[in-house]
Design a protein around this ligand. Sequence first.
Ligand SMILES: C[S@@+](CC[C@H](N)C(=O)[O-])C[C@H]1O[C@@H](n2cnc3c(N)ncnc32)[C@H](O)[C@@H]1O
Length: 263
Amino acid sequence: MSGESKTVIPEKREWDAASYDKKHSFVWKYGTEVVELLAARKGERILDLGCGTGHLTHQIALSGAEVIGLDRSSEMIEQARKAYPQITFVLGDGYDFRFDEPFEAVFSNAALHWMTRPGAVADCISRALKPGGRLVAEFGGKGNLHRLHAAVKTAMSSLGYPVGEELDLWYFPRISEYATLLEKRRLEVTYAVLFDRPTALEGGDNGLREWLETFTSNFLARLTGDERPQFFKQVEAELRPVLFRDGTWFADYRRIRVVAVRD
Ligand SMILES: C[S@@+](CC[C@H](N)C(=O)[O-])C[C@H]1O[C@@H](n2cnc3c(N)ncnc32)[C@H](O)[C@@H]1O
């Protein structure tokens, strides 16, 4: 253990874009349904907020829409630009972005739960949309990863780390909470659903470990080399009876999917 406090967890995290694409492609593959819900039309100007490595930005562009991808991670943006050089990707922050020209739609998949100041994000979305423009988004909703997080907290606690709000790094709202937040910003919710989506992880027996390494890297960074194997072992032992079936780990995802229209 270093001399640093065990409680400090940086809000800003860097993403390992290569491993994201190689081991966690389920994230954007599930997002294909959200692209269908967006139903982009030729010529529409669309922003993909938290676009990551750009696979869904590309799918949206296939409709003939003029799409721009925005993400805070320079690694993700770099990888997206390499894969899809014909698309515009900008490095930017969901808490504070501004474009000269308004958009017909803001799209977002699996990104808004990483932005823990949702009011600031919704202010930017509302400002970015034309009147009549739409937000189409899916992200983690209330109860997302409930079992997984409980096991992580137990393991962190047994290693001597405090497990209060320090580990609540995500925003997983109820429908009522998120709808109210949007409505206060002139975004009228026309569709909202919260649903369980148990998600098979890639990597077989190592699937949970690889998922933890990518998606909980903020606080894994606090563990010493000796503590890490112990942490993984304990989380796996606790979750194996409920989240491991026929050689595959499942994450207990619960998603919120929303469409809202700017007045
Ligand atoms: C799980 S990835 C999803 C990427 C992509 N939408 C997809 O479906 O594959 C979450 C993305 O949100 C981005 N992100 C997190 N916080 C952000 C913020 N404040 N502003 C912009 N992007 C952010 C991350 O950098 C990351 O690329």
